[in-house]
Structure formats: structure tokens, C-alpha cells
Write a protein that binds this ligand. Structure first.
Ligand SMILES: Nc1ncnc2c1ncn2[C@@H]1O[C@H](COP(=O)(O)OP(=O)(O)OP(=O)(O)O)[C@@H](O)[C@H]1O
Ligand SMILES: [Mg+2]
Length: 308
């Protein structure tokens, strides 16, 4: 059985207007996407701002309602479950948020922050709870005495570790990480990312990793889906996407990665201009009259591209 399977998912947000705030249209944040996650892998969702990455993650975890489509997990369609039934699965799917400065309640101690999911699902005595929280806090590389402190007493990287400790307490199967390091200093980013890789092995986690940073995606992901305006334009293994991109949008996205080597910058500038030209010239081959992408077509066992 596939670990998680998303089929033809649509998420439309109503747009309201006028005096009576009636619905005058819809934002198609996610428009007919299908993909699956295999157990233990890291699947990356990439695309420019507003393409629907966060909406996809939030829909899987039940924070946003699907307009249509299926999300199959553990043999059940999560989109069809009642609130009570869904709560059972909430244990297995956890989220790590982008901004460790605002995602932790500033008025709560670390103990209460990390213990919150536990309190919802398990009945532990205060001693058991404290021991468990301390163990997780140590696991993420913080001092066990940290549990009595407040979020403002930690650095950004440390706060993200607290967020990760909270996500781990219920022994989840899937972690949705939405831009987990983009609010952090570059020097701390690698630490947190490598730490996420370490715990992935130890806790046998599957990651849905959301980022607009292709360097990070390359470092973290086994397979990648490229999103453009709520749709997928390409999907493949890391190697296929980075070494053999097929869709013009993927090529354009890749050409925008800054090159650290100053000697190669001029070369890259040229490549970027060339791809920009190709993008303009071949746009109508890759997108229909309404500017929508075509359905994905398989070009190898693992590689699919949205071409007519
Ligand atoms: N609650 C909402 N109500 C209405 N529209 C929304 C809502 N949330 C998101 N949108 C719209 O849905 C689209 C997709 O948003 P989403 O946050 O999923 O993008 P994203 O890929 O995560 O972008 P970013 O990289 O900036 O985080 C955008 O056009 C956004 O404006
Ligand atoms: Mg987002």
C-alpha cells in the first residue's frame, strides 16, 4: 500500500466582494494535483510564492478543507473523515512551521509547549510527562533544564528544535515541514537540516518538505514535484529534476539558482538570458490558452512532465 496518496486534489478559496460579501469568484490555490509519498522518503514541493505549496500541506494535515479529490493515508480518505475520526490520524501527521519566532506561544514554558500534543492524546502523570519532554528536548540537542524556560530565551535555531521536539512526541509517521529553515540564519540552516536527516532515520519518518529554495531541496529530497499556479508541471527524482529538467518552467526555476562561484557567474547570466528567451518563445507549447499547465505525462518510470 502506498504510504500517502493524493489524487486530483483541488483546494479553491472563495473570493468575496461587494456590500454583502457574497462569493464573486475563487482562487484556485491547488488545482488537480496528484502525487504519492513512499514510506521513509523525503518528497519536495517547490515553486514560486503563491503556487499552492502551503495549501497542499495544510490540506493534508486537515487545517484546510479540500474542495475535491482524495488524500489516502492508512487506507482511509482523509478528506472524507469526520472531525473525530480525523483526530485519530492527527497523531501520525505532524507539521513543522516556517517561523519559529511566531509558532511557539511566548507565554508558555517549553515544557507546556512540547507537552501540548501529548496532553491531547495520552494520559501521563506529571512526572512521566516531564521525563518524556526532557528526553525529547535532549534528543533535539538542548539541555534538559530548558523545559522551564520561555521561547524568547532561545535562538532561532534552538526554537526550531523545540518545534521539532513537539512534533516528535507522538511518534508521528509523516512530518510536513513548511519552509522549516527559511526564517533562520544561513549558518544555522545546515545544522537544522542535517539534524532533520538524522532523526528521519532514527524515527523512520517520511517528510513532505516544502521550500522555494532549490539548494535546500537538493540537499534534502529524494523526489521532487514542481508546482506552478496550483498545478504540477514536472515530477521526478532529484537527479532527473536537476540534471534533466524537461518543462520550461523547471528549467527557468533552476537557472535562477545563484551560483556561488564568481568565475561562473557570467556564464550563468548568459544561460539565464537564454532560458528566459526560450521561455517566452515556447510558452504556448507548455501552457494552454488559459495559461494552465497540461496534465502530467510519464516519460520514464519516475519522471513526469506536463506536456500536451
Ligand atoms: N486563507 C486563504 N484565503 C484566500 N486565499 C488564500 C488563502 N491562503 C492562501 N490563499 C491563496 O492561495 C494561493 C496559494 O497560497 P499558498 O500559501 O499555498 O502558496 P505558497 O506556495 O505556500 O506560497 P509561499 O511560497 O509564498 O509560501 C495564493 O494565491 C494565496 O493568495
Ligand atoms: Mg507557503
Amino acid at each position: 500500500m502506498t504510504f500517502l496518496q493524493v489524487n486530483h486534489l483541488k483546494v479553491y478559496y472563495p473570493v468575496r466582494g461587494g456590500f454583502f460579501r457574497t462569493v464573486i469568484g475563487h482562487v484556485k490555490a491547488v488545482d488537480q494535483i496528484s502525487f504519492e509519498l513512499q514510506k521513509g522518503e523525503t518528497y519536495g514541493l517547490v515553486g514560486e510564492s503563491g503556487c499552492g505549496k502551503t495549501t497542499t500541506g495544510r490540506t493534508i494535515i486537515g487545517l484546510v478543507k479540500a474542495t475535491a479529490g482524495e488524500i489516502l493515508f492508512d487506507g482511509k480518505d482523509l478528506t472524507k473523515l469526520s472531525r473525530r475520526e480525523f483526530a485519530q490520524h492527527r497523531k501520525d501527521i505532524q507539521m513543522i512551521f516556517q517561523d519559529p519566532y511566531s509558532s511557539l506561544n511566548p507565554r508558555k514554558r517549553v515544557l507546556d509547549i512540547v507537552a501540548e500534543p501529548l496532553r491531547n492524546f495520552e494520559r501521563l502523570s506529571p512526572q512521566e510527562e516531564k521525563r518524556k519532554v526532557q528526553a525529547f528536548i535532549e534528543k533535539v540537542g538542548l539541555h534538559p533544564e530548558s523545559i522551564d524556560k520561555y521561547p524568547h530565551e532561545f535562538s532561532g535555531g534552538q526554537r526550531q528544535r523545540i518545534g521539532i521536539a513537539r512534533a516528535l512526541t507522538l511518534n508521528p509517521k509523516l512530518i510536513i515541514a513548511d519552509e522549516p529553515v527559511s526564517a533562520l540564519d544561513v549558518s544555522v540552516q545546515a545544522q537544522v537540516l542535517n539534524f532533520m536527516k538524522d532523526i528521519q532515520k532514527e524515527f523512520q519518518l517520511t517528510y513532505l518538505f516544502i521550500s522555494h529554495d532549490l539548494g535546500i531541496i537538493r540537499h534534502m529530497c529524494d523526489r521532487i514535484g514542481i508546482m506552478y499556479r496550483g498545478q504540477f508541471v514536472e515530477e521526478g527524482t532529484k537527479e532527473e529534476i536537476f540534471q534533466n529538467p524537461q518543462h520550461i518552467y523547471t528549467k527557468r526555476l533552476l537557472s535562477s539558482i545563484p551560483n556561488a562561484d564568481p568565475l561562473k557567474r557570467q556564464e550563468q547570466q548568459k544561460l539565464r538570458q537564454q532560458i528566459e528567451k526560450e521561455y517566452e518563445q515556447s510558452y504556448s507549447r507548455y501552457f494552454n490558452a488559459e495559461g494552465r499547465a497540461y496534465p502530467l505525462k510519464r516519460i520514464s518510470k519516475t519522471h513526469s512532465v506536463a506536456i500536451p
